[in-house]
Write a protein that binds this ligand. Structure first.
Ligand SMILES: [Zn+2]
Length: 321
């Protein structure tokens, strides 16, 4: 390459103006195409190059423990007393999860969004990631959850039909296939089955706990797809929930509804560490930007959960494109 540029400059200097211009154009093209894209290098201080965020809709921490989450906790750091926001509807809480601010700032207060309505202006992990050249994706089974993913910042938004016959498996299969083929840098996989079971049979019912077991199995499949894609070692995984629930709903302002699991594992994260600092749902977005080596906006309510990370940042390694 260096030799080529040298010969090119030599060639340019001895030619008429038009040819000189064309040669410079060619040189510029060569230089730009050989330049490393913005997202192709880990940012200084980055703990991870990819983030997989898994939201298990309506997962209570005690429910997840009963469903066998224990071994996953030992693989990373966790808070089983994290707190969601009020109002504790699915769209407002997911918006807080990805935008780093509470409902009063991002403006999503209920699940009434429909296609054609405007998207909130608040920055999200998707918009910040996309502006930095990262690939972004949302896989969900609830139509209105797409309020959190303005298409102009998304490489992929997939609404996977929910079918009683297949429950969570369609969502997991679609998300896993996408991870293997596209290797997204910032992806949210939203598993809605436990919330449906909670509304139908009650939170902590047998059916609800079974749905959480399916969700945990789905988390295992998603992690396998990271392995298949060759990016598991560079990926940060966060498993959390939008809200809990009590009886057959999640509108009451009580600990059973507001307390959520917050489990973080993978690239750069301490193993088997019980997080002591209070964790709020909007800390999720801040932690993700922090892990990717990006600056967390100063006006965000959320702060990165620094305590979860090992002392030494990830050694800079080129992104896999
Ligand atoms: Zn929900």
């Amino acid at each position: 390459m260096h030799d080529f540029r040298h010969r090119l400059s030599h060639f340019v200097l001895g030619r008429p103006a038009t040819m000189r211009f064309l040669a410079l154009l060619l040189a510029a093209t060569v230089c730009f195409s050989s330049a490393t894209p913005l997202a192709a290098q880990a940012l200084p201080g980055a703990r991870a190059q990819y983030v997989l965020l898994v939201s298990i809709d309506g997962a209570r921490p005690d429910g997840l423990r009963a469903a066998g989450v224990g071994p996953i906790l030992q693989e990373g750091s966790y808070s089983m007393t994290a707190q969601t926001t009020v109002p504790s509807g699915t769209a407002p809480t997911h918006m807080s999860m990805v935008s780093g601010v509470g409902s009063e700032k991002h403006g999503v207060r209920d699940n009434s969004w429909e296609p054609g309505r405007p998207y909130p202006a608040a920055p999200t992990i998707f918009s910040v990631g996309k502006r930095a050249g990262l690939r972004t994706a949302l896989f969900t089974q609830k139509p209105y959850v797409r309020v959190i993913a303005d298409p102009q910042y998304m490489d992929r938004v997939e609404l996977v039909p929910w079918r009683p016959a297949t429950l969570t498996s369609d969502l997991i299969a679609a998300a896993s296939a996408y991870i293997r083929s596209a290797r997204p840098h910032v992806m949210l996989a939203h598993i809605s089955d436990p919330d449906a079971a909670g509304h139908a049979e009650g939170w902590m019912s047998f059916g609800y706990l079974q749905s959480l077991r399916r969700a945990l199995s789905g988390v295992g499949s998603l992690r396998q797809s990271l392995r298949d894609a060759g990016i598991e070692a560079q990926t940060l995984v966060i498993v959390t929930a939008d809200h809990g629930g009590i009886d057959k709903d999640h509108v009451a302002v009580v600990p059973e509804v507001l307390t959520i699991p917050w489990i973080i594992l993978g690239s750069g994260v301490k193993k088997g560490h019980a997080i002591e600092q209070p964790v709020r749902i909007y800390d999720t977005a801040a932690t993700i930007l922090h892990a990717l080596g990006m600056t967390v906006p100063a006006d965000w309510d959320g702060k990165a959960v620094i305590e979860a990370f090992a002392a030494r940042p990830l050694a800079p390694v080129a992104y896999r494109r």
